[in-house]
Design a binder for this molecule. Sequence first.
Ligand SMILES: [Zn+2]
Length: 453
Amino acid sequence: MNDYPAEAQAVASIIEARWVVPVVPLGTVLEQHSVIVDAAGRIQDILPTIDARLRYRATQVVVLDEHVLIPGLINLHTHAAMTLLRGFADDQPLMRWLNEFIWPAEKRFVSEKFVRDGSLLGCAEMLAGGTTCFSDMYFYPQAVAEAALQSGMRANVGLVVMEFATSYARDAEDYLQKGLQLRDAWRDQPLLSASLAPHAPYTVEDKTFENVVTYAEQLGLNIHTHLHETRTELEESLKRYGVRPLQRLESLGVLGPNFVAAHGVHLEASEMQVLAEHGCHIAHCPASNLKLASGIAPVTALRQAGVNVAIGTDGAASNNRQDMFAEMRLAALLAKGASGDAASVSAAEALAMATINAARALGHDANIGSLEIGKVADMVAVKLSATEIQPCFNPISQLVYSAGREHVTQVWVAGKLQYQQLEGQVGIFANIEPAELKEISTIWQAQLSQSLA
Ligand SMILES: [Zn+2]
């Protein structure tokens, strides 16, 4: 059946799929197609399998006869290391959750090892769930990068900047300089990129934002921050600065096509216009916003205003899953329920928000976010044969509304198989040992439990 002719062109690998959903063009479903991957890990061709078998040959041929192949999911906003704080403090509003639980625990426990261990746990969870790239923001970004490199994931590592001292940095300037040094050290790592990540308007002063803008312009970096997450944030900004945070950032020159705002829950129509005019992006984190009772982001109106909206999980402390399938489904359902329009955020649009829209926000859309010839082969196979997701009329509907991360069977990053779950077996990572993950959670659970006692 898979006898490829000897005269056919040799390539690195061939993935034959029942369906390929390339995401671009939106809503396209290709039946019985193959994705051809070259030795550099790029997509060389996408064509009907019947033609692929005449034209190409490879030592590695993967047959996915009950699967849909999609681009790797991109988590546009998370704090991977906070996976160690999953379930540590639940059922609290944001400011109390931060002030009384998360910040004290971070002050006591966060170290380079905490961040490296927590990020590896987060990477394993994300990778097994079909996420191939994440945009992070946390202390010790070098440890985040180290975990991402070990797992084989692609990462945009946020170089976090705040005013207050932590074990990681003394003050805003120290955060900035440490971050920039790291960014220089990663320049040759194809899977790593960096953003400047001023934590939020309530933790970063004007002068620091101005410095961030200068460095972002000089170095061509994105700016990633939390913005308009809660009503308290808006009230405090009005009291302290006389304006809402978005207006403050606009006057400081922070907004632009390189600006990614996490949340954007509370936005007026005029503010959505401002975001659209500057070409900004929103990392919509629906589960986190619900769990912290922050509200529901006006995704339908944002999209109508022309703002690029993508999806993030936020950290596991406020979600508590690093699960882009759950987030896609929630984003689609919430947009409909909140707007009263069942057509808002279709299944295809939700999938685009978790892939190409996030790639655009990161400025990586020439490389990732869709399955197109010339792009990097970051791909996920999802098996659609399980009873709970049958029958299947449209695999895109299945992906968003009924399937979950448990249906992911293979995950490739730049053409390399980084995770695989064979029928009836536990999932296997190419570069992470299950014993290491177990040890990390055991050790940190014991340590963190002390502060709850
Ligand atoms: Zn966050």
